[in-house]
Design a binder for this molecule. Sequence first.
Ligand code: AHM
Ligand code: MG
Length: 333
Amino acid sequence: MKRISLTQYLVEEQRQHNSIPAELRLLIEVVARACKTISHAVGKGALGEVLGTAEAENIQGEVQKKLDIISNEILLEANEWGGHLAAMASEEMESIHPIPNRYPKGEYMLLFDPLDGSSNIDVNVSIGTIFSVLKAPEGMGQPTEADFMQPGTQQVAAGYAVYGPQTMLVLTTGNGVNCFTLDREMGSWVLTQRNMQIPAKTKEFAINMSNARHWHPPVKRYIDELLAGETGPRGTNFNMRWIASMVADVHRILNRGGVFMYPADLRDTSMPGKLRLMYEANPMAFIVEQAGGAATDGKQRIMEIQPHKLHQRVPVFLGSRDEVAVVTSYHQA
Ligand code: AHM
Ligand code: MG
């Protein structure tokens, strides 16, 4: 098999479709390199003294794991000096991170969840990094949070790395979804799946069932129907998977279909749902749509939501098109 590296893929993509400007290509390569470093730290586990809890809490009041902080620093350091970025924002930092004055500034803005699936870090279950790239507004001066308030449709690239039995990078620049596997000996990303497609139909769903008593009626109705099996209204048996790492759940859905849900529930008042629009929902929605799937908040396309704050949370329903359509229609009924 002829091996195509991430660099070769990006260069050829740029030549054929002109869809990846050189600056964006370099930016993606830097992010991919940072993910390689994170993968290395994750792989060391206790031997690298990276497991366990740090003494800090993040902006959401969540206890930070050591690897949350290490991954955040790796991404910041890797991306600061390249000259492609105007600013960054991270799930782990309260406010945006402008590029320090000692470095040139570029025309892109990078957002990331440095280590998603934190509850799985210490138990050796797949975790990941999620990222999203926006263009800086024309004539932007000193970057502010307002510059980031762009709907997901404005993303120029999005991707995730999943640190599992294999480390993989899944990427879209708006021209389909491709998957690269990290060759750990060579230290390079090798194209292993082209043009990933999510089957429109599925018999598999993913939701944290322990929240069932708090769900709103449309979600309860939808899940009840799935659970009723072949004698119920859906006339078929559904299977359930819940990894509690969004990257790993989405990766499974990209490969064999399924529907992933993290709904708002009765406990939420000001902050609906758990997942963050800018670091989790938008990049995953872009990837899923580019793979022929769908992503809504129950009412509208996630990528059309106008953000109003950096750490905004949203309900998420994504994956196989037909199932997302059903659960979304129940919210409209
Ligand atoms: P995190 O960014 O703090 O790791 O939280 C996000 C994660 C998702 O990866 C996952 O889908 C969800 O939280 C799991 O939540 P729960 O523990 O409620 O099942
Ligand atoms: Mg996270």
